[in-house]
Design a protein around this ligand. Sequence first.
Ligand code: SF4
Length: 219
Amino acid sequence: MGERIISTTHKLFSSLVEEVSECYSCEEMAYVHVLGSVCGPLDAHLLIVGEAPGRLGSAKTGIPFRGDRSSYRLDALLEFAGIDRSEVFVTNAVLCNPLRCFGDHVRNRTPRARELAACDSFFRRTLDLVQAPIVVALGAIALRALNQIERHDIDRVSIEAGRPRPWAGRTLIPLVHPSPRTQGLRSWAEQRLDWASVGELVRQQPLEFKVNNSKDLLK
Ligand code: SF4
């Protein structure tokens, strides 16, 4: 049997994923617990934070931003920016799918403040483990979750979209959520330009980042 290299970071992440899978703290949720290796590499240069798993997307596929219209749009934006999704870590402010019932119909809803607070420790621990130097927040809920960790004073993502700023020793870039509903906030052309800037920033990151960040892989 070949040598087994066990990473402390990976072990901590596995424990976190296990804990998350046993959490039922919130109500009116589909308990899909979307967190795991499907989110991306722990040594990613870029961390993308969304709102919550969507009913027709990651709540079905088990992969953040995969399977619904927002996901297809995000993939198109990443491709335009020259960013390889397999090198990005993607997660959400809350890890289960917030739902609202209308008679026989069920719809997604925006996560409530108490749900953001309930999922905060999981989010915080994920960010501790994924030390990506660039963090992209997709929409107001993602920004609110990041603000719980460290204040950033970004009020309106539609105004500040695409403007990087220092945050918690990293670079934070607020962007509008790729949902088709945000077209009114920022046009598709503007969103493409925003993402092109993110791509440039990612390419400027020193290659050593991965080496340094992976030191504990050999512990
Ligand atoms: S959203 Fe987070 S806190 Fe709420 S039940 Fe799911 S894992 Fe637990």
